[in-house]
Ligand binder design. Structure first.
Ligand SMILES: [Zn+2]
Length: 257
């Protein structure tokens, strides 16, 4: 496995403090400071709706030092028939989103890693791989148990329905990954929005300017009518693609009302 890490932008700790209105905002239910320093929050950012929403809310509603990390995860497609193009597709979304997010909200640190798992027939699910990298990034940025790692999930994901055994299991497994990397019980807090947003909520929150820049498709395709050889576009067949036009229409209707 090849792993490359790269950090692109300045450390947000050098940024000026947030405005008074932000100081009075919810901070998503956590104290704004711990021991005189700001809470640090990390989002594992795929370029999809859920994680982009999580990032936007952190920037808008907290005074946290915000870190966004993207993994270029080259892995075979789930059905192993052809190589997944999701990695490139998500990377395109990230490259469209970084600047508009910073100009609309405030600055944050963006970094990325690259992991090539294509040699393997079997590999851990996305969230497991993501947590492994999250732990590395958070540890290298001095995260403590007062800081948090956000998992961006919507209210349709059965694994993250609070109060269920699946939820407890998922949380426990992810915390184990964090403990293994830290070699300690003292790990950052795994944070999930409660209540979890619907995809429509997330779309509306990001608005017409940002939401269309995110990607949802699980199996993007290359080429085709009106696209260049290397341009990727949504398959328009997977469940995520099929639900997207309604989200866009609802958001448009709401904006027009
Ligand atoms: Zn699709």
């Amino acid at each position: 496995m090849e792993i490359i890490n790269r950090t692109e932008t300045a450390d947000p700790r050098s940024e000026e403090g947030a405005s008074d209105t932000r100081e009075q905002s919810s901070n998503l239910g956590r104290p704004a400071c711990s021991g005189g320093r700001k809470i640090r929050s990390l989002v594992m950012w795929s370029g999809g709706l859920d994680s982009t929403y999580a990032l936007a809310r952190l920037l808008q509603e907290t005074t946290d030092e915000v870190y966004a990390h993207h993994i270029h995860l080259n892995a075979p497609r789930d059905d192993a028939k052809s190589r997944s193009r999701r990695c490139e597709f998500e990377a395109q979304a990230i490259s469209r989103l970084v600047v508009p997010l910073k100009s609309r909200f405030r600055s944050f640190e963006y970094s990325e890693s690259r992991a090539d798992l294509t040699a393997f027939a079997c590999f851990a699910r996305d969230t497991t791989s993501a947590m492994f990298f999250a732990a590395q990034l958070a540890m290298s940025r001095g995260f403590t148990p007062f800081d948090r790692i956000l998992v961006g999930v919507d209210d349709e994901d059965p694994r993250w329905r609070p109060g269920t055994e699946l939820y407890a299991l998922r949380r426990m497994l992810m915390n184990r990954i964090l403990r293994a990397v830290w070699e300690s019980e003292e790990i950052p807090y795994l944070y999930v929005f409660y209540p979890r947003p619907s995809r429509a909520d997330a779309f509306a929150y990001l608005g017409q300017e940002l939401a269309p820049l995110t990607v949802s498709c699980r199996h993007p395709e290359a080429g085709g009518l009106g696209f260049g050889d290397h341009a990727l576009h949504p398959c328009n067949a997977c469940a995520k693609c099929r639900s997207r036009p309604k989200l866009e229409q609802d958001a448009e209707d709401e904006a027009a009302a």
